[in-house]
Each structure stands twice: as structure tokens, then as C-alpha cells.
Design a protein around this ligand. Sequence first.
Ligand SMILES: *Cc1c(COP(=O)(O)O)cnc(C)c1O
Length: 415
Amino acid sequence: MAFPEAIRSIYKSELAGIRDAGIFKEERIICAPQNSEIEVEFPIGAAKQKVINMCANNYLGLSSHPDVVEAARKGLDHRGYGMSSVRFICGTQDIHKELEQKLTTFLGTEDTILFPSCMDANAGVFEAVLTDQDVMIADRLVHASIVDGMRLCKAMTDTFKHSDMAHLEEKLQLHEKARVKLIITDGSFSMDGDLAKLDKIVELAEKYGALVFVDDSHASGFIGKTGRGTHEQCGVMGKIDIITTTLGKALGGASGGCVSGRRELVEMCRQKARPYLFSNTIPPVVVSGAIRVLEIISKTTERRDKLEKNTIFWRKGLTEAGLIIKEGETPIVPVMLFNAKLSQDFARDLYAEGIYAVGFFFPVVPKGQARIRTQLSAAHEMHHLEKALAAFTKVGGKYDILHKTKQEIIDKYGM
Ligand SMILES: *Cc1c(COP(=O)(O)O)cnc(C)c1O
């Protein structure tokens, strides 16, 4: 049967509404491996342009690293292309167990279980370990995948104001009687680039007998002295009960995620987590690449050190140029523009200067907090960053926002 015109028109008008609201997401086509310099076709059909990539999660520059590609190729040769199974039927190879062991060692936990993605890890973990006698107390800015995972779980839900420890303590008191109290937070928050106060959170957890869950997707591999994550940075390694993270960002950037933490909680996931039980195994090629990634970053901190240097240079450069950034220490550096249209115009002009960065505005960030989020990589060389800095300065000058206060920019462009 044909797709009835009456039904098609429902979706046509909904899509038109998204366009009219100015929040239609256009994809840009990269015609090269993911790296600090890429070839992009945008808009579709336009001539390809070489640009510097300032918006990938390729923090350690390992997405196209020759050693990782080589290891992945070997995985393909030795263990094949697909598993055609979920883990518990016949989808577990020796290399899956090896990767889980390596993640456990790297993260400093008791055990680890792989998931097809971190989205899936978050979708499965809460339901697997909590019941309706328990409570989840989440930071209000946690990642969308955590919000979805909490929806799938029967435990009571509560939240605390972003990084507000007094508010968290109030909530812990309120829920004192719950069987299990799980405090839920991102380690590194992806929109502002700030870190959770994990030392304080662990202190409160110990005081009230609660457990701590951290999604460290934007931290694993590079935050902390040896890149173990936010728990290392905050001095609480071994004290986080559940860590979820992704292989899709710093750790090679392909795909896959995991739940790592207390042995019994990980085992509960193996028994009960639905995305683990009912979705296919990570393919051997990705597993082999990820094993190599962990070997590389366990041997030397060279790449996270270079990322840290790049981050310091970039934050200092933007600030001296007179742009307003969100203070912090992570390689997520939001350049604040406040006005949604300005963020789009700014990004378009950067692109014309050969710099690829994306403007974010409501509903991705709160109203009046539009920005361009830049992300550093160990794959950036100084000349990339100097060129990008020159472009930000030029475009900032064009819009006359350099060395202006937030209020001056808002007065000029509106919220
Ligand atoms: C990117 C991200 C995820 C999703 O990771 P995938 O492995 O791509 O599904 C989950 N949580 C956070 C905090 C993230 O930043």
C-alpha cells in the first residue's frame, strides 16, 4: 500500500515546524577519516573544503591512529567481521573478555561489562540493579541517555540542582529510608565542560550510605593525572560504585560502552540488563582496536599531556583575544555568544575561514546561553590552533564582540 498522503502530510508539517523554529539539524558530510583536519562537503553538493575540526570527541587523536587501525585490521583477520549473536548466546570471544579486563584495570574497578554503546549501558544499568524500593538522585544536567535509563527503571526518581552539594544532601536526608540510594552524575558535563565534585559527592554518599554512579564518557582516557577519569582527578578512585563510559569518544571513537564497578552490580547487568541481553555484541574489529587504545594510553600519558597543553593554550588564547569562555580545565571549551542566531552566523563564518565548529542553542543549552562549543584534541598541532584562534578573533571582530561584557553582547544581539 502507498504511504497515504494524509499521513505523509502530518510528518511534512511537523518537519516544517522544526525548520520554522530554526532548530532543524543539518548534517555535514565528512569525506575523509576523522581527524584534526578533514574534508567536508557542506551544504551537500557543494565543493569539498579542507577544514580544521574543532568539534569532535576525538580527544586523544586515536580515531585514525595507525596503530589502532592496524590492531583493528588484525582483529578482523583473526576473529572475523561479525558475531551474529548477543553475548550470552554465542557472542563472547576471548577478546571481549580481554577488553573487559583491561577496562577494569584502567578504571580501577572490580569488574566490567561491555555494552553496544554507552547509551545502551545507561539504558540498562538502572533497571538491572534497582527496584521500586530504591531511589535515584540525579544531577539536573545529566546526559540524555541517563534520563532515558532512569525512565526505564522502577525506582523512585529525584534530582538535585547542578553540582549543588547542599541540595544533594537535602535529598539524601529526604530519602534516608530507601533500600538503595543511588547518586547519579556525569563526571565531565559535555555542554559546559565542568567536572562533578566527586570528592564531595563520595563524602556525602559515605555519610548517608548511598551509592555513586558516574558517567565518565567525556573524561575516560584524559581527565586525571594518568587519564583514568574524573574519579582520578578528584582523588576518589576505587570509591565509585558504578562507572559507565563510552569507547566512542577518547577511547578510539568507534563505538561501544561499558558498565564498570562493583562486582555484584556488574554481574546483575550480565543477568538482567536488556540492551546487553537483547542487542548484538560489539564486533571483533572494534574490540581489537579498543584493546590497542588501552595499551597505548596505559603505557604513556603522552597524548593526554599534549591534550592538556593544547587545552591551556586554547583557553588562554581565546580569553586574551577577548572572547568569553566557560572557565574550567577540560578540553571542552564553550565560547559564549548568548544569542542563538549569532551562534549560527558565527559558526558559518568560521567555516568560511576553514574552521569547523558548531553553534549550540536552546533546547540543547538553556535559553540565552547560545554558544560555540570547541573541543580540543591531542591530534591538534600548534599551527591548527593558531589558525583557529586567528579565525575566532577575525569573526569575533566582525561581530564586534571582542573585549565586551556578557551584558554588552546581549544588549547588542538580544538573548
Ligand atoms: C556520548 C555520551 C554517551 C553516549 O555514548 P555512546 O557510546 O555513543 O552511546 C553517554 N553518556 C554521555 C555523558 C555521553 O557524553
